[in-house]
Ligand binder design. Structure first.
Ligand SMILES: [Zn+2]
Ligand SMILES: [Zn+2]
Length: 159
């Protein structure tokens, strides 16, 4: 499924995420989000983290928010817990606010880096993001490119 995006986040910016502890790249295709069950919690979501960026830790569990099964994610570089993976989404979440992103990163554990278009002149938005497999392939050549850091942008809900 190359494109799971809906119009609501077509214009949102794509961000890269670095581990705040060891600078390991956790995610190339991140989206700023908030937890619907608790809007004070800031998160980033992605459809697929790059290979070997994160590892799952422990067993599946549920939170009091909903019936989703989730599992902790740790940074492959330093072992710190940086987020969680929804291993089995619940009905409510599938019906209400599903953007196809089942990998979540805690905003406090990672650093946002703006991702630019190939030209380097414009911010990449989700509507212009290539399908996951193409994107990951392309990014293999880019890892040495210089990165620029921009201020954070206002929080938006996935919805
Ligand atoms: Zn759920
Ligand atoms: Zn790390």
């Amino acid at each position: 499924m190359p494109y799971n995006q809906t119009q609501t986040f077509f214009h949102k910016r794509v961000v890269k995420l670095e581990c705040r502890h060891c600078m390991n790249i956790l995610c190339w295709r991140g989206m700023r989000a908030i937890l619907l069950a608790d809007t004070s919690i800031e998160l980033y979501s992605t459809d697929l983290p790059p290979p070997n960026a994160v590892e799952m830790s422990g067993d599946d569990y549920c939170t009091s928010n909903c019936a989703c099964h989730i599992r902790d994610l740790v940074c492959a570089g330093c072992g710190n817990q940086v987020g969680y993976h929804v291993t089995l989404p619940c009905r409510n979440c599938m019906d209400s606010c599903n953007n196809g992103h089942f990998w979540m990163f805690h905003a406090l554990e990672c650093k946002e880096v703006e991702r630019m278009e190939d030209s380097g002149l414009k911010h990449l938005i989700w509507g212009k993001l290539p399908p996951t497999h193409e994107d990951l392939q392309k990014l293999k050549d880019k890892t040495s490119k210089k990165r620029s850091i921009f201020p954070l942008y206002p929080i938006e809900c996935i919805r």
